[in-house]
Design a protein around this ligand. Structure first.
Ligand code: ADP
Ligand code: MG
Length: 696
């Protein structure tokens, strides 16, 4: 039976070699691939009954008899065919738009099917205007004499991803035929004990239910079944990958000598929080294992991740190794450099900065010292990834704000040192189960506590004038302020305030007696640094900025922030920005000035006002945007998920984790006959995608 599943779709009726090539572009080669080419969405194509009230989407589905019909040419390239359809709910004008062709009569097919007296289904769109549905632009029509209409209308109709040259109608009909003929041959990849334990539909039913559901409930049961299977495969893949990583011998070991760590700690000037101590221990334990570390450090804005990262770097240096700290922006890299210089003062540790702005001559010198081992710690941007940056003995790599980097960059960094320990950090925490699904080969450490003495930030949604008053009051008592704008320059298309124009207004009209400075991403690094240094020293009262200050800026004397056009920022950005204040003991206030135009924008602002907790904000962000966006295309392409939604299917994900553990616990190499299908799918989905799977 499985022979038919593996046969090329070229031999299905109506496909042929030309269309087979098109299907290949969709990743569909065999009948089995076609069955697993799941719908993108399902359209509610039940008959539209109230013609006075168009559906929300404008989609209209009609059934009726043609009263009259005729075609006419409406221009050199455009032809229009019109028919009046008498339905049980009233008369409707239907319009077909056609490209004129010299080679054949554009109306020939229509004249045959849409002629006086013909009974039809029509699927199309109508303008939702006050007078109701009068005219419908037809996308598809189906004569009632042709039974095939049943797979297209009066039902939930599947909508598939297409490629040029394939029509929705063709793919739907082909899939229907394939499901009818071959779904019964589909073998369950999920072992039968798990099928029973989780009350899952059998594969044939699930495939039928997903492609051509008879009801919403059937669709959901089918979707859940297939989602579970995807998640189970994902979790198995992660366990195997982790097992593989742990099989690698890194070939060196660390000793906690404390020659650097102790003076570093005593020189900090503050006591580490217990959360910081805990995660430092987790990291050290990990680094001392025989296989390389891959650890994610999550901690809210201001929770003190840098000190933790520095501890890891110093352990490597104590043991004669080198470390690298990579940040997504120049400002952040520079800020890290300042922090390192401050905390490492007096210690025999050599630090170098590497960004794309370092002049060539200087860069060459630095590269030499990195290669000779003279430099202990390199701080930089993407520039550290360049090929000619070669380390003598790289042991630890830290990536800050890791969500801003793609997987490829993580891998490149990893390849700089044979068996380096990798620590990636993020201030946009995500729920643990999700983190594990996304980065299953990472261990997760979480700093869940802020350093003492921080006062929670007050967040206010309000008019600009209130915000300006607050700025004046704070500055009068010696504080400083940020005013943030989403863009640098005025643009004709966007009705947004720009930092440059607003800087002029704030400086001359709003705060004429205050010292106002400007900083934005297009400035030269030197200028940016100068402005930042001056602001840190207190030379400026107000800093007008673009989101360049989102990360890295650390000026505890700043107690007010105004975010203009706040509706234009994502939640994570807002939270990061807001984290620039509230860094001292004094109470800080963040004003969000906005005119939100969408419900999502309003929800974002309300969330910001309601909570300062990065974890809650992270969750809300996920709900609003979905994990796909959070992952970025690079990362989501790493996971083979078609129907599963890591957020919505959190419960299934949890089941899949437990079950995957159980399966591999009992059968580590998936040798049991009951696991043969699982193994086959696992290899098909993940072997090439992850350049691995050692299941021999
Ligand atoms: P983030 O986690 O956002 O990267 P940072 O590492 O920049 O946070 O730390 C924020 C600020 O808190 C810095 O000024 C840092 O020196 C300070 N800090 C870190 N840990 C502590 C602590 N245990 N006690 C007091 N201040 C701390
Ligand atoms: Mg940081």
């Amino acid at each position: 039976m499985s022979g038919s599943l593996e046969s090329p779709i070229q031999f299905l009726k109506g496909v042929g070699p030309r269309r087979a090539v098109l299907f290949e572009r969709l990743g569909v080669r065999t009948v089995e691939d076609l069955l697993h080419h799941y719908p993108r969405l399902w359209q509610d194509r039940y008959e539209t009954e109230n013609l006075r009230l168009p559906t929300a989407t404008g989609l209209v589905v009609l059934r009726g008899r043609v009263l009259r019909a005729s075609g006419q040419h409406a221009g050199p390239r455009l032809a229009i065919y019109k028919a009046t359809l008498a339905t049980a709910h009233g008369k409707v004008e239907c319009v077909w738009f056609k490209h004129v062709s010299r080679r054949f009569d554009v109306f020939s097919a229509l004249k045959k099917e849409v002629c006086e007296g013909a009974d039809l289904w029509v699927v199309g769109h109508a303008d939702p205007d006050l007078t109701g549905i009068r005219e419908v632009r037809v996308d598809e029509h189906y004569p009632l004499t042709d039974e095939r209409w049943r797979m297209h209308v009066a039902r939930l109709a599947p909508v598939y991803a297409l490629t040029e040259g394939l029509t929705q109608r063709f793919v739907r009909e082909l899939t229907h035929a394939a499901v009818e003929a071959h779904a019964d041959a589909a073998v369950d990849a999920v072992p039968s004990e798990l099928m029973a334990k989780r009350h899952l539909l059998a594969a044939p039913q699930a495939l039928r239910g997903l492609h051509f559901p008879k009801s919403e409930a059937e669709l959901e049961a089918a979707r859940a079944r297939l989602a579970y299977e995807e998640l189970l495969l994902l979790e198995l893949a992660w366990i195997l990958k982790r097992r593989q990583t742990r099989g690698i011998e890194k070939g060196y070991s660390y000793e906690i000598k404390r020659t650097l760590l102790t003076p570093f700690r005593t020189g900090l000037g503050f006591e580490l929080t217990s959360a910081q101590k805990r995660v430092i221990n987790e990291i050290f334990d990990d680094m001392r294992k025989p296989y390389p570390m891959t650890r994610l450090l999550q901690g809210d804005v201001g929770s003190g991740k840098t000190v933790v990262a520095l501890s890891a770097l110093l352990l490597a240096v104590e043991n004669g190794g080198q470390g690298v700290l990579m940040a997504p922006t120049e400002i952040l890299a520079d800020q890290h450099r300042l922090t390192l210089d401050r905390f490492l003062k007096g210690l025999p540790v050599k630090v170098a900065s590497l960004t794309s702005r370092v002049p060539k001559k200087e860069r060459d010198k630095i590269l030499e010292k990195i290669a000779s081992g003279e430099i202990d710690i390199v701080v930089g941007t993407h520039a550290v990834l360049e090929e000619d940056v070669r380390f003598k003995n790289l042991r630890v790599a830290v990536i800050d704000e890791q969500h801003r980097f793609g997987v490829r960059q993580r891998t490149t960094l990893r390849q700089k040192g044979a068996m380096i320990d990798l620590l990636v950090m993020t201030a946009t925490p995500i729920p643990r189960t999700l983190a594990l699904a996304l980065y299953g080969d990472l261990e997760v450490s979480t700093i869940d506590e802020l350093p003492p003495g921080r006062t929670p930030i007050k967040t206010v949604l309000g008019p600009e004038s209130d915000a300006f008053d607050a700025v004046r009051t704070e500055i009068a008592s010696g504080r400083q302020a940020y005013v943030v704008y989403p863009i640098i320059e005025e643009s004709a298309r966007l009705d947004l305030q720009s930092a440059k124009a607003e800087y002029e207004r704030l400086r001359t009209e709003v705060f004429p007696r205050l010292r106002v400075a400007l900083i934005h991403g297009a400035m030269a690094a030197k200028v940016k640094n100068k402005v930042m240094e001056e602001f840190s020293r207190g030379d400026w009262d107000v800093l007008v900025a673009t989101p360049v200050i989102e990360v890295g800026i650390d000026v505890p004397n700043s107690t007010v922030m105004i975010i203009q056009n706040a509706d234009r920022f994502g939640l994570a950005s807002l939270h990061q920005l807001r984290g620039r204040i509230g860094r001292g003991a004094a109470e800080s206030t963040c004003f969000l000035v906005a005119d939100p135009k969408t419900p999502q924008a309003r929800t974002r602002l309300d969330t910001m006002a309601a909570t300062g907790d990065g974890f809650r904000i992270g969750e809300e962000d996920l709900k609003l945007r979905g994990p796909g966006e959070l992952l970025g295309t690079a990362q989501s392409g790493e996971l083979s998920l078609q129907v599963a939604d890591l957020f919505k299917d959190a419960e299934l994900l949890a089941f899949a984790r437990v079950d995957a553990d159980e399966v591999l616990g009992a059968d580590p190499k998936l040798l049991a006959p009951a696991h043969a299908m699982l193994k086959r799918r696992l290899i098909a989905l993940y072997q090439s995608r992850w350049h691995w799977i050692d299941l021999a």
